[in-house]
Design a protein around this ligand. Structure first.
Ligand code: 6PG
Length: 469
């Protein structure tokens, strides 16, 4: 019987996510040693922990934290991504034994996690999704690093994770930065999901002159159907909210300038590096960048005048808008899983696609019922685009016309739908056997003699345009 009453695990960084993760671990019966650079934060955290206090050990130095954990030790870092993680590894390593483990659970760039893993034999990088509530009551956890190290801490991680029908949403994804890579793509999809919902909101607000409460009712209705998801659910909630200061609908007093910590941008950058088209995610990142240009948009409205956005009554039934979102969502996730395949090959990870869809079914920000169908489709047809699976091909046949009509109507009335339009263009390109890239090849050969292939014979060819231009 081990009568060592020291902590089972340590956690550094008591910001929103770290504090809630520590409480979650304690709430699941484990003893946690905690440290925060600001000592007062540590003291207040323990003091405010109520009945969980006896499972928390507040430490006033990193050395004290190490001493407070029973070996072999595991220390979770919940600190800002970037150099701060490296600083903490530098501080911890000399104080830790060879068989101790450092776990970076922040939103690290997976390339940095790959580097850290190469330099630290006992290092895990895990993606934790679910925001404040998820961290406290059950996040989705995507693990990366040596499998045996994951196995050594997975009992705690599975205990604190969300679960879907009894299956913990905590899964090992592969070596090195695999966990953080999956989390990054999760966030890219999150950006796209949120953008498409915002575009539907814009069509209802500006195109149909619907009030926030009417829009909330629509989202509530959609949350009983195929689009059932956390993001649709909270979109209904924020649409219902009233500003306590003015009594106006909360949405109407929020400035339309979106923030971004950068994980969606990383997704787009990695996709470009790999040549994987994630046009819906890229459109969502660009839309956030455009939202930040408030003055430019105001200047544009002054120069060109606002668009005549109002749609004719009943021009766009709500069911059509719902189908547009369903189609856009499928196309966006198809792109996300294509990127995961690309990352898996480029890093030799062998990422488990069905298990990724499964780990996202609960706890994380993009959790939804559709992910269960995606897990089945990915398992049934692992080597083809998600859109081509029997299940989702049928869904797209049912909904793509409504996506097209929605995008067309929005375009005719100056209602911006960059993400939904990108989804439609992706669909149309992906079902065009003879594209127009022959024109690109001809142009490239004309000005740069780059050569082109022919449809009737192999090899590299040049056009009859000569070289003197
Ligand atoms: C999650 C979220 C989280 C994300 C924040 C802010 O999975 O819990 O994705 O990790 O960092 O929601 O992200 P942005 O500032 O990039 O929108």
């Amino acid at each position: 019987m081990n009568n060592d009453d020291r902590a089972d695990i340590g956690l550094i960084g008591l910001g929103t996510m770290g504090a809630n993760l520590a409480l979650n671990i304690a709430d699941n019966g484990y003893k946690v040693a905690v440290y925060n650079r600001t000592l007062e934060t540590t003291r207040n955290f323990v003091a405010d922990a109520g009945p969980l206090q006896d499972r928390l050990t507040g430490c006033e130095s990193i050395g004290a934290l190490i001493a407070a954990i029973k070996p072999p030790r595991a220390v979770i870092l919940m600190v800002p991504a970037g150099p701060v993680v490296d600083d903490h590894i530098e501080l911890l390593r000399p104080l830790m034994d060879e068989d101790d483990l450092i776990i970076d659970a922040g939103n690290a760039n997976f390339n940095e996690t790959n580097r850290r893993a190469a330099g630290n034999a006992r290092f895990l990088g895990i993606g934790v999704s679910g925001g404040e509530t998820g961290a406290r009551y059950g996040p989705s956890i995507m693990g990366g690093g040596p499998r045996e190290l994951w196995d050594s801490v997975s009992p705690i991680l599975k205990a604190i994770a969300a679960d879907y029908e009894g299956q913990p949403c905590a899964t090992w994804m592969g070596e090195g930065g695999a966990g953080h890579a999956v989390k990054t793509v999760h966030n890219g999809i999150e950006y796209a999901d949120m953008q498409m919902i915002a575009e539907a909101y814009g069509i209802m607000r500006d195109g149909m002159a619907m009030s926030p409460s009417e829009i909330a009712n629509v989202f509530d209705g959609w949350n009983n159907g195929v689009l059932k998801s956390y993001l649709i659910e909270i979109s209904a909630e924020v649409s219902k909210a009233t500003d306590p200061k003015t009594g106006r609908p909360m949405l109407d007093v929020i400035l339309d300038r979106a923030g971004q910590k950068g994980t969606g941008r990383w997704t787009a950058i990695e996709a470009q590096h790999l040549g994987v088209p994630v046009t819906v995610i890229e459109a969502a990142v660009a839309a956030r960048n455009l939202s930040a240009r408030l003055q430019t948009r105001q200047q544009g409205e002054d120069v060109f005048g606002a668009a005549p956005t109002r749609l004719a009554a009943d021009a766009l039934p709500i069911s059509m808008l719902e189908n547009a979102l369903i189609a856009g969502k499928i196309m966006c996730y198809a792109q996300g899983f294509e990127l995961l395949e690309g990352l898996s090959s480029a890093n030799e990870w062998n990422l488990p696609m069905p298990a990724i869809a499964e780990v996202w079914r609960a706890g994380c920000i993009i959790r939804s019922t559709m992910l269960n169908d995606m897990a089945s489709a990915l398992a049934a047809s692992p080597d083809s685009n998600l859109m081509f699976s029997d299940f989702f091909a049928a869904r797209i046949r049912e909904t793509q016309a409504d996506l097209r009509r929605t995008v067309s109507l929005a375009a005719e009335h100056g209602l911006p739908t960059p993400a939904l339009s990108s989804a439609l263009a992706y669909f149309d390109i992906l079902r065009t056997g003879r594209s127009t890239a022959n024109m690109i090849q001809a142009q490239r050969d004309f000005f740069g003699a780059h050569s082109f292939e022919r449809i009737d014979e192999p090899g590299a060819h040049h056009g009859p345009w000569g070289g003197d231009h």
